[in-house]
Design a protein around this ligand. Structure first.
Ligand code: MG
Length: 256
């Protein structure tokens, strides 16, 4: 990606949002499919689970629903195939089956390039944050083990913090709020142009854009780039390694 492309993306963002300039302070990273290569397991387990219950959800389609609640995904498939929503009990059983399958999968590896990028981000003076819909209790411990000395617990947004989840902008708005509290900025002190969002999922991109934040898509899955660009992604990389290699250019433009 050349520098011009990044500059054009920023200019477009500024025109859309009415800001005069970017003032990057923190980067909000999604977790599944961005920091960890975990989406393959999720997609495979969703597909197998639905098949077990006589429902059809192709693996690629699971990527389209990434970020939705389990109940939300189950009901979309149920409505499409049967014409009615799943009962509470069905939702419970289907989601439990999927979670059990997922927990038997090998633990996902760190996404290649992710740690190296985070080290660069932090060294640039930009605060790395995690904003995820995941609610695993061992999340922080796992993040700290895989990404030592990068994240602060007070600057994490998880399933326990939010009511709606992505594609609602709530998780990213809450990330900004946590940053404000932590830095003790005045209310006026925190604005969307001080952040970037890093997302791999269409619904996650939608949430970042709806929060008014410059949203960088990283297409680490099987969907076409258009699935992310059509949701309003401001920039797109094809891997975390590519983003890592381009960080200096991105940072030069975003801090300017
Ligand atoms: Mg994700």
């Amino acid at each position: 990606m050349d520098r011009k492309e990044i500059e054009q993306a920023v200019e477009k963002y500024l025109t859309q949002t009415g800001y005069e300039r970017m003032a990057l302070k923190a980067a909000m990273f999604d977790m599944d499919g961005v920091l960890f290569d975990s989406m393959k397991n999720h997609a495979k387990c969703w597909h197998e689970t639905m098949a077990h219950f006589g429902l059809d959800l192709p693996e690629w389609e699971a990527y389209m629903h990434e970020g939705r609640t389990g109940a939300g995904t189950i009901n979309i498939v149920s409505m499409r195939q049967r014409g009615y929503e799943a009962t509470e009990e069905e939702i419970h059983n289907i989601y439990k089956y999927k979670s059990d399958l997922f927990n038997r999968c090998p633990k996902a590896e760190r996404m290649p390039g992710a740690y190296e990028l985070l080290v660069k981000v932090k060294a640039s003076g930009v605060v790395p944050m995690v904003v995820t819909g995941s609610g695993q209790v061992t999340l922080l411990e796992r993040l700290n083990r895989n990404f030592p000395d990068i994240f602060q617990a007070e600057l994490m947004v998880t399933a326990f913090d939010v009511k709606y989840g992505k594609p609602n902008p709530e998780p990213y708005l809450m990330g900004m709020e946590k940053y404000r509290e932590n830095r003790q900025c005045s209310q006026e002190g925190v604005e969307p142009n001080q952040f970037v969002v890093v997302e791999n999922a269409p619904l996650g991109v939608q949430a970042g854009v709806a929060a008014g934040v410059f949203t960088i898509a990283v297409n680490t899955g099987p969907l076409p780039d258009e699935a992310l660009l059509s949701q309003g992604a401001n920039l797109l990389f094809h891997s975390m390694q590519e983003f890592c290699d381009e960080w200096e250019n991105v940072y030069e433009v975003l801090k300017a």
